[in-house]
Design a binder for this molecule. Sequence first.
Ligand code: SAM
Length: 292
Amino acid sequence: MTDKLIATPSRTNEIMKKYNLKTKKSLGQNFITDPNILEKIVTTAQLDKFTNVVEVGPGIGGLTEILAQHSKKVLAYELDQRLLPVLADTLQQYDNITVLHQDVLQAHLAKDFAENFEAGPVKVVANLPYYITTPIMMHFLESDVEVAQLVVMMQKEVAERITAKPNSKAYGSLSIAVQYFMDAQIAFIVPKTVFVPQPNVDSAILSLEKRSEPLVSVVDEKQFFKLVKGAFQLRRKTLWNNLLSMYGKDEAVRTWLTEALQTAEIDPIRRGESLSIEDFARLSNALVNSKL
Ligand code: SAM
């Protein structure tokens, strides 16, 4: 047992040597070695001793340790079996951590929450494996569990795409898919130099809170997301051309599209990237409401 934090360069090095641990790129393994960043994550997540935390991918336990110190209970999902004995060792002094050997995408969240958490809100705080950032966020969003806030580290570029506004290069269907359901803010940027091994790009901490109602009122969500995806299919094409590729080119379709665009007051020669979420909602509702 040692009092030195896991997420320091020297202790991380020591642990990796002791267990002869080679990180797996395929599992997105980049361990944080900077306690200041971890403190900033805890502050962003506004943790306290009444709050339960879910962590995805504890790795060797650097973030897990700080989460345990600042919250009521930590439930961590780790896919890499080799890390289980390491975590049992590095986190042995904490009695409020449960590590499950489990792919988080396959996890039955409602059941795990019920078995591991008593009263109190649940927050997701994690340095995500970058190859599955979006599926993990969607898994928490779409399952029937209450998550008060997600504070997650991801590639800076992905965080910028998620929070992007219209008329920017980063704006696209991912921005709309996330902003429709959640209020998303970049809390701060994390330089690649604080990780072992060092990734190729910088990271960002994103704070997300689920909205009580979606950002815009949509008659048919499936149709709305189909429209959004299609409008960004070929970014350089006009909205009109993307709509024709999506719905077909015959005369009846052209009339239907023209009428819907008029109702929504959207110029067909605009590009998808200039449409706000409100614009997409108006157009999608007009398409549903007018008959083909
Ligand atoms: N939390 C540690 C840290 O910040 O130093 C490690 C973060 S590392 C970026 C991502 C972790 O997620 C790795 O430990 C990896 O093994 C784990 N992981 C990858 N895919 C996973 C999955 N599908 N389910 C659960 N954990 C996964």
